[in-house]
Write a protein that binds this ligand. Structure first.
Ligand code: XMP
Length: 331
């Protein structure tokens, strides 16, 4: 047994019990933090959401959460996060609308790696600026989970997890230490803790969403126009998947803005709009992925809805490529 495996066993025991875990972890956080303060970067993802609520229950107002909206979030995401975490749980949450800043920075950039770097780098700068404004905060909260520490080497431990995998926060932010309340949990256990804490099902069970967000699904230059079209199309597809109860069949399903324009016709008039791709995959570890066999009629009806309801989009294609050779994301 490796050192981390022993640590996990000591913390959780042989069988995992969410209620017991929450009780112990709240005590543990209180012991570690005392009367000091914690800053947590929230992404809206499951891991950081569960951390936020655990920390809130343990230390209340000593916790500040920062959510940076880089303009590549899905439809209504920022609003929903505010409603749940500020509204329902009373978390001291600062939301930063940095859409313009990110899009200005990424203007004219079309190379996928360059786009990722810009978003990651800018994220760190926005977070740093916000942290400075808040004065002295001793601890940085992180949603590191067990696979993250196993992946970093036997017994190893990454000092700072790549924050929701955008770029990664630098180590010199001046914190005295890290608080990682879900460090020894697998993803399904994090979800169980989330449920037991009362976090809504949609958030606890949500599909993985990449740190750079829609930036990796919006090909070519990132513009508000293209991102808005993509957000609408993605919302239609996800809602239809849920309505048809197909959402449990795929680990990830989303729309992609292809950056290609094609000719179409609406009410007898020619249109020239964007082609949207839809993709639904099933995978256990995200290393390989299979295409989910959505009912053909369903796919056609989604295409019809997107091409007629989403202004600026007039054609839909279905991505039926497994991974490998394609990756799950388009960029
Ligand atoms: P790919 O596209 O490499 O994706 O087959 C595998 C899994 O990783 C997610 N992904 C990312 N997650 N930052 C993230 O946080 C990223 O830059 C990123 N790129 C891909 C992807 O959504 C899938 O779950």
């Amino acid at each position: 047994m490796t050192k981390v495996e022993k640590e996990r066993l000591a913390k959780i025991g042989k069988t995992f019990n969410a209620k017991k875990y929450i009780k112990n972890e709240i005590e543990e956080i209180r012991r570690q933090v005392g009367d000091k303060k914690v800053l947590l970067a929230m992404s809206g993802g499951v891991d950081s959401s569960v951390c936020a609520v655990l920390l809130q229950k343990a230390i209340g107002k000593q916790l500040t959460c920062v959510f940076v909206d880089h303009g590549c979030m899905r439809l209504n995401e920022a609003k929903e996060i505010k409603k749940v975490f500020k509204g329902k749980f009373g978390i001291n949450l600062i939301q930063i609308d940095a859409e313009k800043r990110f899009l200005d920075k990424a203007k004219g950039v079309t190379d996928p790696e360059q786009k990722r770097k810009i978003i990651g780098g800018e994220f760190v700068r926005v977070f740093e600026e916000e942290a400075k404004k808040l004065g002295k905060i001793e601890f940085l909260g992180q949603g590191t989970i067990y696979p993250d520490i196993i992946e970093s080497g036997v017994g190893g431990h990454k000092a700072v997890k790549a924050h929701h995998n955008v770029g990664g926060l630098p180590e010199d932010l001046g914190f005295e230490g890290l608080v990682e309340p879900v460090k020894y949990l697998y993803k399904d256990e994090v979800r169980k803790v989330g449920k037991a804490l009362g976090i809504p099902e949609e958030l606890v069970m949500r599909q993985p969403f990449p740190g750079p967000g829609l930036a990796v699904r919006c090909l070519g230059e990132l513009t508000k126009e293209k991102l808005d079209i993509l957000r609408q199309a993605d919302f239609v597809f996800r809602s239809e998947m849920a309505k048809a109860k197909l959402d449990k069949k795929a680990q990830q399903f989303f729309a992609v803005m292809t950056n290609v324009k094609s000719v179409g016709v609406t009410k007898g008039a020619r249109t020239f709009g964007y082609v949207i791709a839809i993709r639904a995959v099933s995978t256990s570890q995200f290393v390989h992925a299979g295409v989910v066999e959505l009912p053909f009629k369903f796919v056609v009806s989604v295409a019809q809805k997107i091409a007629t309801k989403v202004k600026g989009a007039n054609r839909v294609v279905w991505d039926i490529t497994p991974k490998p050779p394609a990756t799950i994301e388009w960029e």
